[in-house]
Design a protein around this ligand. Sequence first.
Ligand code: HEM
Length: 419
Amino acid sequence: MTTTEPVPPVETVDLRDAELVRNPFETFARIRERSPLARGTIPGVEPFWIVTRYQDVRTVLADPRFVNDAATVPDACPAHRTAQVWRARGLPPECEKYLRAGVFDADGAEHRRLRGLVHPSFTAGTVGRLRPGIERLADQHARALREHADAEGVVDLVAHFAYPLPVAVICELLGIPEPDRPRWRAWSSYLGRGAGPGLDDALRAMVAAARELIDRRRAEPDDGLASRLAAAEGTTLDPVETVSLILNLIVAGHETTATLIGNGTAALLAHPEQLARLRADPGLLPAAVDELMRWCGPTLGALPRYATEDVRLAGRLIRKGEAVMPILAGANHDPRVFADPGRLDLGRATAPHHDVHLGFGYGAHRCLGAVLAHEEAVAAFGALLRHHPGLALAVAPAEVRRGPNPVAWHLAELPVRLG
Ligand code: HEM
């Protein structure tokens, strides 16, 4: 007698749905149990598959049958090609190539070549040397919060701390001069949010400024990353790739890290017992950052991957050319891997044999800036704890507003009272 496994039903999830943005973990928990392979929708893009279980997310991110560059998969739905997505959002066609030539859209040897050129700036050793500078910037920004506070000591932590700090760090790393930083910061938040008025102007201006930066660093090299890219241009890199890598780093390193600092602060302030634990033992900070990445990490979903052949996954068949988005937030709250996943436990990552969260992705495209982002968050939370011992939320946790972007689950603002 043969038994046929029941085929799980397929549910559809609107990734811009207001309820999902408010509490994605509830929606993904339901989907994870009822429909391990579900359909995801975003306005303007053809529906795609989503996976929410830890093991399935890892499979899609690490299995070579899935690739990042839809253009290399002959049967890929044209609406999924990154260029089409950007075009649907109204981006200037002459800028498209700059969004496609970086690490995110590359696979195999191309990807290793591009990633290899920037990787030395993001190793534990290099980031360790940046630590004193990052701590100084975190201290400066934490202290400056008082200058922005109103008469009652209330200030928006997102605008005045979470956003400026990561962009200052990445500008430092690239060697972008101090006076130019505010405009890079403004462009980058347009791009990081992926849509909205002003996006095309921001992109055009950013491409021009990246070109200018590279040309300047070729003429006057320093020890920044832009100088290294300028030196590789013409041999290992073509001029479009050089600009593209700079844009990749600014955008990938800004909105995400800002969101971790914003989400993490909101989570700590909403869990006074965990905050007290951290105040009592600041040595817990690195593990606390890992837990905050798991519990409220900035990136709900990784970029879609494209099947290069028919693949059986989560009890169904994904056809060659179809797109699958791995939902990192689903994986990080999967009870098959994390006991009591909804509980924030800052010591979780200190437990022996704990499973690693997937908030930075997994496999060949795992976040290049993971060590840097972790270091920045440790410095940011450390500076907030030191400079503002009475820090408290100035609104109820449920009133904290979020922007509608499933890729960066960012806070629109975080009003806090400095105490
Ligand atoms: C890739 C998250 C900070 C640079 C990724 C991926 C994730 C991620 C999930 C993989 C995407 C995928 O596979 O589809 C985050 C989070 C951050 C953060 C949550 C902050 C908390 C940074 C920083 C930088 C950076 C600070 C650099 C300055 C990159 C780059 C990639 C990447 C270049 C592409 C790597 C590749 O395709 O090989 N990041 N990131 N990220 N991240 Fe981050």
